[in-house]
Write a protein that binds this ligand. Structure first.
Ligand SMILES: [Zn+2]
Length: 174
Protein backbone atom coordinates (compact mmCIF):
# COMPACT_ATOMS: atom_id res chain seq x y z
CA UNK A 1 0.00 0.00 0.00
CA UNK A 2 1.32 3.40 -0.93
CA UNK A 3 1.86 5.78 1.92
CA UNK A 4 -0.11 8.86 0.94
CA UNK A 5 0.37 10.74 4.17
CA UNK A 6 2.65 13.69 4.56
CA UNK A 7 5.28 13.28 7.27
CA UNK A 8 3.24 15.54 9.52
CA UNK A 9 0.04 13.60 8.98
CA UNK A 10 1.84 10.37 9.62
CA UNK A 11 3.19 11.79 12.83
CA UNK A 12 -0.32 12.61 13.98
CA UNK A 13 -1.61 9.18 13.03
CA UNK A 14 1.21 7.47 14.85
CA UNK A 15 0.72 9.71 17.87
CA UNK A 16 -2.97 8.80 17.91
CA UNK A 17 -2.20 5.11 17.69
CA UNK A 18 0.57 4.99 20.20
CA UNK A 19 -0.44 7.95 22.27
CA UNK A 20 1.74 9.94 24.55
CA UNK A 21 0.75 7.46 27.21
CA UNK A 22 3.13 4.91 25.79
CA UNK A 23 6.12 7.07 26.61
CA UNK A 24 8.11 5.00 29.08
CA UNK A 25 8.38 7.73 31.68
CA UNK A 26 4.69 8.38 31.56
CA UNK A 27 3.86 4.71 32.02
CA UNK A 28 5.75 4.76 35.29
CA UNK A 29 4.27 8.09 36.37
CA UNK A 30 0.71 7.04 35.64
CA UNK A 31 1.11 3.79 37.47
CA UNK A 32 2.57 5.40 40.56
CA UNK A 33 -0.04 8.13 40.52
CA UNK A 34 -2.88 5.64 40.32
CA UNK A 35 -1.38 3.71 43.20
CA UNK A 36 -1.49 6.88 45.27
CA UNK A 37 2.15 7.93 45.11
CA UNK A 38 2.94 11.57 44.80
CA UNK A 39 6.08 12.80 43.19
CA UNK A 40 7.90 15.61 41.58
CA UNK A 41 9.19 15.65 38.06
CA UNK A 42 12.68 16.61 36.98
CA UNK A 43 13.61 18.07 40.34
CA UNK A 44 15.87 20.95 39.31
CA UNK A 45 17.99 20.97 42.44
CA UNK A 46 18.98 17.33 42.35
CA UNK A 47 21.90 15.99 40.30
CA UNK A 48 20.85 14.60 36.95
CA UNK A 49 17.34 16.11 37.17
CA UNK A 50 15.73 12.76 38.05
CA UNK A 51 12.62 11.95 36.01
CA UNK A 52 10.54 11.15 39.07
CA UNK A 53 11.30 12.16 42.65
CA UNK A 54 9.45 10.67 45.61
CA UNK A 55 10.33 12.78 48.61
CA UNK A 56 8.63 10.52 51.12
CA UNK A 57 10.73 7.59 50.00
CA UNK A 58 13.78 9.72 49.37
CA UNK A 59 13.98 8.00 46.04
CA UNK A 60 14.77 9.13 42.53
CA UNK A 61 13.55 7.14 39.57
CA UNK A 62 15.32 7.37 36.26
CA UNK A 63 13.57 5.99 33.21
CA UNK A 64 16.33 5.23 30.75
CA UNK A 65 16.26 4.57 27.06
CA UNK A 66 18.22 1.37 26.50
CA UNK A 67 20.29 2.65 23.62
CA UNK A 68 21.15 6.10 24.88
CA UNK A 69 22.06 4.96 28.33
CA UNK A 70 23.77 1.78 27.15
CA UNK A 71 21.73 -0.98 28.75
CA UNK A 72 24.32 -3.78 28.93
CA UNK A 73 23.12 -7.08 27.55
CA UNK A 74 19.93 -5.56 26.13
CA UNK A 75 18.69 -6.26 22.63
CA UNK A 76 17.92 -2.59 22.17
CA UNK A 77 21.50 -1.65 22.88
CA UNK A 78 23.12 -2.44 19.55
CA UNK A 79 25.83 -0.29 18.11
CA UNK A 80 25.11 1.17 14.68
CA UNK A 81 27.38 -0.29 12.03
CA UNK A 82 28.45 3.13 10.82
CA UNK A 83 30.10 5.76 12.96
CA UNK A 84 30.55 3.10 15.60
CA UNK A 85 33.37 4.89 17.39
CA UNK A 86 31.27 8.04 17.63
CA UNK A 87 28.32 6.24 19.17
CA UNK A 88 30.45 4.21 21.53
CA UNK A 89 32.06 7.35 22.84
CA UNK A 90 28.75 9.11 23.19
CA UNK A 91 27.09 6.28 25.08
CA UNK A 92 30.11 5.68 27.26
CA UNK A 93 29.86 9.33 28.22
CA UNK A 94 26.19 8.89 29.12
CA UNK A 95 26.96 5.80 31.20
CA UNK A 96 29.70 7.64 33.07
CA UNK A 97 27.40 10.56 33.71
CA UNK A 98 24.63 8.26 34.95
CA UNK A 99 27.04 6.62 37.36
CA UNK A 100 28.30 9.95 38.67
CA UNK A 101 24.78 11.22 39.16
CA UNK A 102 23.85 8.15 41.21
CA UNK A 103 26.96 8.46 43.32
CA UNK A 104 26.19 12.09 44.05
CA UNK A 105 22.61 11.27 44.94
CA UNK A 106 23.76 8.45 47.21
CA UNK A 107 26.09 10.83 49.00
CA UNK A 108 23.11 13.09 49.54
CA UNK A 109 21.18 10.17 51.00
CA UNK A 110 18.93 9.42 48.05
CA UNK A 111 17.99 6.01 46.72
CA UNK A 112 17.95 5.51 42.98
CA UNK A 113 15.87 3.18 40.89
CA UNK A 114 16.75 2.82 37.24
CA UNK A 115 13.93 1.64 35.03
CA UNK A 116 14.97 0.50 31.58
CA UNK A 117 12.68 1.15 28.66
CA UNK A 118 12.72 -2.54 27.67
CA UNK A 119 11.29 -3.40 31.07
CA UNK A 120 8.18 -1.39 30.19
CA UNK A 121 7.26 -3.35 27.10
CA UNK A 122 3.78 -4.80 27.50
CA UNK A 123 4.91 -8.31 28.44
CA UNK A 124 7.26 -7.10 31.17
CA UNK A 125 5.53 -3.93 32.26
CA UNK A 126 3.46 -5.27 35.11
CA UNK A 127 6.39 -7.07 36.66
CA UNK A 128 8.59 -3.99 36.45
CA UNK A 129 5.98 -1.63 37.87
CA UNK A 130 5.18 -3.97 40.72
CA UNK A 131 8.82 -4.29 41.47
CA UNK A 132 9.19 -0.52 41.74
CA UNK A 133 6.36 -0.50 44.24
CA UNK A 134 7.79 -3.40 46.16
CA UNK A 135 11.15 -1.66 46.31
CA UNK A 136 9.63 1.53 47.61
CA UNK A 137 7.42 -0.07 50.24
CA UNK A 138 9.10 -3.19 51.42
CA UNK A 139 12.61 -2.02 51.16
CA UNK A 140 13.17 1.70 51.13
CA UNK A 141 10.37 2.71 53.43
CA UNK A 142 10.42 -0.05 56.02
CA UNK A 143 14.01 -1.03 56.17
CA UNK A 144 16.76 1.42 55.48
CA UNK A 145 19.68 -0.91 55.97
CA UNK A 146 21.44 -1.86 52.78
CA UNK A 147 21.10 -5.46 51.69
CA UNK A 148 23.58 -6.19 48.95
CA UNK A 149 22.11 -9.64 48.38
CA UNK A 150 18.75 -8.07 47.74
CA UNK A 151 19.69 -7.04 44.22
CA UNK A 152 17.39 -8.88 41.86
CA UNK A 153 18.73 -10.33 38.68
CA UNK A 154 15.47 -11.31 37.11
CA UNK A 155 13.98 -7.86 36.92
CA UNK A 156 14.66 -5.28 34.28
CA UNK A 157 14.71 -2.66 36.94
CA UNK A 158 18.17 -1.89 38.17
CA UNK A 159 18.14 -1.79 41.86
CA UNK A 160 20.81 0.15 43.63
CA UNK A 161 20.78 -0.66 47.30
CA UNK A 162 22.12 2.40 48.96
CA UNK A 163 22.02 3.31 52.61
CA UNK A 164 20.00 6.26 53.67
CA UNK A 165 21.84 9.14 55.21
CA UNK A 166 20.58 10.48 58.50
CA UNK A 167 16.83 10.75 58.49
CA UNK A 168 15.69 14.20 57.62
CA UNK A 169 12.39 15.72 58.42
CA UNK A 170 10.38 16.44 55.37
CA UNK A 171 9.72 20.06 54.90
CA UNK A 172 8.20 19.58 51.54
CA UNK A 173 5.03 17.91 50.56
CA UNK A 174 5.33 16.18 47.30
ZN1 LIG B 1 17.04 -2.64 27.80
Amino acid sequence: MTDTLTPEQRHHVMAAIHGKDTKPEKIVRQYLWHQGYRYRLNHPRLPGKPDIVLLKYRTCIFVNGCFWHGHEGCKSYVMPKSNTAFWEKKILRNQTRDRNVKEKLAQMGWHCITVWECGLKPDKRQETLQYIEYTLNDYYLKDHTPKPTHTPTTFNTNFDPLPLAAEESENNNN
